[in-house]
Design a binder for this molecule. Sequence first.
Ligand code: PEP
Ligand code: MN
Length: 316
Amino acid sequence: LSRGTYRTIVGIIGDESQIVVESIRAIPGVAKVVPVLPPYKLASREAHPESSVIDVSGVKIGGNSVALIAGPCSVDEEDRMHRIAERVAAAGANILRGGAFKPRTSPYAFQGLGEEGLKRLRDVGRAHRMPVVTEVTDPRLVSLVAEYADMLQVGARNMQNFALLNEVGASNRPVLLKRGMSATVNDLLMCAEYILSKGNPNVVLCERGIKGFDPATRNLFDVAAVPLVHQLSHLPIIVDPSHATGKPDLIPACALAGLAAGADGVHLEVHDCPEVAKSDGPQALVPEQFAEVASQMKGLAELLGKTISPLPETIS
Ligand code: PEP
Ligand code: MN
């Protein structure tokens, strides 16, 4: 207790589940209640000072290990998937991406190939020794997607789908949690907390752009979120300049900016023929553009004392 001339400060120590901040705030005469610990206990750096390194079927993300996730927005034709995987792997990508269940703004837009797409993504990934990441849009699909995917993506539109967070939290696959387009950094960390609190410690965060007022870029790339998250949390954070900017011309610079800001990886959409891509063609890098930025990333990573994780020796 600290009694001043105008105000009295009361300090309370204890478990937040016992001390209900809202109830104290409702007591007449209480001007302000200030929790001193972050509400995301498991995700906070205070609880876990060392940076976490997440292993995705042999590819490390975090610490000095950088992820380079690449592939089309949606899983495409099989031969095309092989061609894209071969090109991105040769350029240094270490995780293959592709959506099989797509969260689309319009119900009439292509919704993804479903289980067929999952199977194709996995087979192509295995053929090129690449772990795969794909989005899961519905809690009922988590066990199905987890059968095929090395990492489960929770998309921006589903960041606060708590039933989905609980379900991926109960699965044994690492999770790529994308920041919602209207979510604060605190919101993002609270959503990571859902997953951690269900027993899954393997969470990688992703800054993919938030809503801005200027349609000149698809979203507003919040690069400051990267060092901020590192300050607040031990979890790795990667950047997705494809969705953040929506423009191939802007993507390489933002990928490098993300890495320079300390990101533990970069997530890029790549397609060898963007005009026939099933979704997000206009923001896809072609393999040549990808190879160029990947080589620049490699140089920058070295400068920062990091390495782009190599592909695993074997993958089961
Ligand atoms: C995607 O990765 O293709 C995607 C839909 O991303 P986001 O959830 O960030 O929009
Ligand atoms: Mn996309």
